[in-house]
Write a protein that binds this ligand. Structure first.
Ligand code: DON
Length: 313
């Protein structure tokens, strides 16, 4: 793989962002969480940071947005740190589904009735119930503090408008959670588990925050800027594998072929990805394709990966 340096990227990036922005008109903002439909549909921004802390950004990189499903990577890691692999994988599986992220189809079709993986909604709700803490508030605080630590940004907080908007309209997630409770997958009260889940999905970030978190994953759990070991290497390996096989939902296979990097998307339009050992990347583009991934964001990452030969495969 030829080396690309950050100056080279910064020369080319603004034009690529402008070109990928043209894709925005072909997608839609998420509307099933009403507050998310207010996001600027034409926006596209990116931030990239290297192992020495040099960073570049382009487009609407200052836009604040909620992590949504990107937070599932970090609740998975925290649940693994709290419980170990055996307990976690007794409650969620390790396989892609090929279904939409909010599908509950296979929960009833396939025994033992545990969610297929921790990145679909059903799996992430199961993971929320495995976060240590005496009540929903303490669990949510632990998730927030973990994400603050990884992003090196102690001012991150939950966007309460998005949280309330999701909580008030989450009939599908609620039905899934009650189903999981009946199947013996969820610990504790269903509404408490859902509260932890809605709150972590609503943590508000910018591209720079995602890039910083991605940089830690790109360095197998160590922040290369401080030398702090924040996550055991094995759990980063598990998280990056799920990002590769399930991180872009039922477009993960296509993304692996077109971009070839571990990544996780969210319905607010964020994408967290990385070039292992080299770059952490955070991106926002609220216009989504039919699979729920940022339409312009995927296009931009495809251009970058192909131009710089970043694919791992
Ligand atoms: O539970 C939900 O539907 C949202 N809070 C998160 C879904 C999501 O981000 C799917 N991503 N592509």
């Amino acid at each position: 793989m030829p080396r690309t340096d950050i100056e080279q990227i910064s020369t080319l990036l603004p034009a690529w962002v402008e070109s990928s922005k043209k894709q925005c008109i072909h997608g839609k903002t998420a509307s099933y969480i009403p507050e998310l439909s207010k996001a600027p549909i034409e926006a596209l921004g990116i931030h990239l940071i290297d192992s020495n802390g040099h960073s570049i950004s382009a487009g609407d990189s200052e836009l604040a947005f909620t992590m949504q499903s990107i937070s599932k990577v970090f609740t998975l890691i925290l649940a693994l740190m709290d419980n170990g692999e055996e307990v976690v994988f007794d409650k969620v599986g390790m396989e892609p589904t090929g279904d939409n992220f909010n599908s509950m189809l296979k929960l009833e079709l396939v025994q033992p009735g545990i969610p297929f993986n921790p990145l679909i909604n059903a799996g992430a709700i199961a993971i929320s119930s495995l976060i240590a803490g005496k009540d929903a508030n303490e669990k949510s605080q632990r998730v927030l503090r973990f994400i603050q630590l990884l992003s090196n940004n102690s001012s991150l907080s939950c966007d309460l408008d998005v949280y309330r908007s999701e909580s008030a309209t989450a009939n599908l997630n609620r039905s899934m959670a009650y189903f999981l409770k009946d199947n013996g997958v969820l610990q504790g009260q269903v509404e408490d588990v859902l509260d932890v889940y809605f709150r972590h999905c609503s943590i508000s970030v910018t591209c720079a925050d995602l890039a910083q978190m991605a940089l830690v994953l790109a360095h197998n759990g160590t922040n290369p800027l401080t030398g702090d070991k924040l996550i055991p290497r094995r759990y980063v390996q598990i998280a990056k594998t799920f990002m590769t096989t399930c991180g872009m939902y039922n477009a993960s296979g296509e993304f692996a072929i077109q971009v070839g990097l571990p990544a996780k998307s969210g319905v607010a339009g964020g994408i967290l990805t990385m070039v292992p050992g080299r770059y952490g990347i955070g991106l926002i583009g609220p216009s989504l394709n039919r699979k729920g991934n940022s339409i312009a964001g995927v296009n931009l990452l495809q251009t970058m990966s192909q131009q710089f030969d970043w694919s791992l495969f």
